[in-house]
Design a binder for this molecule. Sequence first.
Ligand code: GLN
Ligand code: ZN
Length: 764
Amino acid sequence: MNDVVTDAPLGTTVLGYPRIGPRRELKRALEDYWAGRAPAEALEAVAADLRAKTWAELAGAGLDSVPGNTFSYYDQVLDAAVTVGAVPDRYRALGLSDLDTYFAMARGNDAIQPLEMTKWFDTNYHYLVPELGPDTTFSVADNKPLREYREALDAGVTTRPVLIGPVTFLLLSKAAQDAPEGFGPLSLLDGLLDTYERLLASLADAGVQWVQLDEPAFCADRNSAELAALTAAYNRLGKLTNRPRILVASYFGTLGPALPVLAGTPVEAIAIDLVAGSVDGVASATALRNKTVVAGVVDGRNIWRTDLNAALARCATLFGTAERVEVSTSCSLLHVPYDVEAETNLDPVVRPWLAFARQKLDEVVLLGRALREGTDGVADELAAATAVVRSRATTSSIRNDQVRARLEALRPEHYRRADYETRAKAQQERLNLPPLATTTIGSFPQTGEIRKARADFRAGRLGPNEYRRLMRAEIERVIRLQESIGLDVLVHGEPERNDMVQYFAELLQGFAATEFGWVQSYGSRCVRPPILFGDVSRPEPMTVEWTSYAQSRSHSPVKGMLTGPTTILAWSFVRDDQPLAVTARQVALALRDEVRDLEAAGIRVVQVDEPALRELLPLREADRKEYLDWAVESFRLSTAGAADSTQVHTHLCYSEFGDVISAIDGLDADVTTIEAARSKMEVLEDLRAVGFGRGVGPGVYDIHSPRVPSADEVVEMLTAAVRAVAARRLWVNPDCGLKTRGYAEVEPALRHIVAAAKKVREQL
Ligand code: GLN
Ligand code: ZN
């Protein structure tokens, strides 16, 4: 087998590519199809065109090995489930076309709920969770990898089909609802490997040289049974005689103990993330001696041009360890936008520093040439990359000495407020709230008129005065509505915000915005993360105008609404030239000033949202403390300047936070609102377990569903809640912001919540 490998080396490659289209063509085609505006053929034609363009682009850039099967109508994990026939019966029973069955699993329809969706490791991409049970039988039900291989070949491009590896597939799946207690998807490994064997054989028969099996699950902590499954899987697949050569790809961290495991199997190549992970432990892995190591030195998660010399040095440390070293990206390029060339309005200082997917192809190809032929032929390019690194390090436009001096001057007291009891007393005197106080999480439904007003203002079709008038009218309306419903702590409703991070990024110095920098979040949904390139400062107040206007319209307290430092970092492309902790502190200082200004304008309650706190949690336990320390610290820095009598709220979107619960306690917020409606208040047990003694608002209204909860249901939830939390510490609120819902649901739901709170209060 080894001489075959040397005969057909893998060469330079990338682990995957964006698929939504440079102008989000797939998004439009999908949404037209879903809305019934276009037939399936139209969608299929757009998809085929995007695939062909992608192959041409990757081959044209000069990659030696072009990844295939990277297209997806919705999600690559769902694709894998369909490929191996893991379609739950309830979707098959709908009797729909293959395409519509697929979309029913992805997004549900009137008759059926979709599969569960969850975050893809520590990224902001979401995948659909396959459901498996003891009766699941796998088969090569839909050979998409082979079909797309042939399609590419017809277009003149030889590709390397990419599939989710069998063990990661099982580890990402969950037990079907009717599976017996104790059933785990990993028990299906043997049957799944039968199917992977057949898949690999079909690819080999078609002439496929290399296949890529993704096993990112092994960049997280894994137990010995899971590592044993990895051994078993690749020993078995590796020993097949009729198969393509196998590249096992890891990404989002280090393989740790899984590296020697994989190295001991007969696979030909292993891809290693040398951006999120390090070369330590790899360079000494003797078992790699007869393997190809694919060195992921070009960052697939961020948008900075690569320091090519540093990347080459990193590759060089692997010489002597592996039989061959090839250059690649650290992970699929799915997580970055397509092309910097499209960004004609970007800050000219920042633009030359950036590499999106298209530019990263060139970097990979160049590094490959330098490795193979030496650096002489690419000296100019290497020098240009070094100049970029130097320019970023020395330019004055990313430095703000005032901000740096403030960071230097920070002392422990900047992170500390008075003890909670003192604060609680001062707040109660000032706010005089009842037990089981009612509030919302911030946003109210975003109507068509609001969106249009924002778009018109942006495009210059609406002047600032007229825009302000429209926003104020909306705020006034939302205040009146909340008063009529009888909520205790009001919000202004966030009509001026398109997105809770972008809004602040546009008002802070140190951020740049792109025009076409879309990144897929799930399905047809894309986000356009701002680029945090320099020291962060706040030229002027960001929210005071709107919040104080809202406060001027009511005697009830209106909550100021800010996005926390960790969430701002999580949903931006962040500079990589200083520790995240430092960047987070800079953002925190800007927010701290905003809190002060809100207080000065008479605002008595301020909420700092941290819905992404859990998302950035490192995959490995050993890295978590350091992360949580800076995440908690930056939140405290942003809020600890508040007076004792100012009530600080925070909001976190999820309910499964067992692993971050002490960090949540560490935020030291006076009130923490969390998601709880779906889990029927189970989270309260966790909170009780850590002795969480401050205010807490477990959501009683599931805003992810159009369903309006009845007052009786809410009473039931609150009755359970008062058993776990002292009534004076309990808040009553929805799970999350209301911006994605309509008033027809929101208004009755809020009325039921308020009625239920009153009823439970009376029973105290
Ligand atoms: N304040 C934000 C809102 O209500 C919070 C959103 C979130 O947690 N994702 O929209
Ligand atoms: Zn939320």
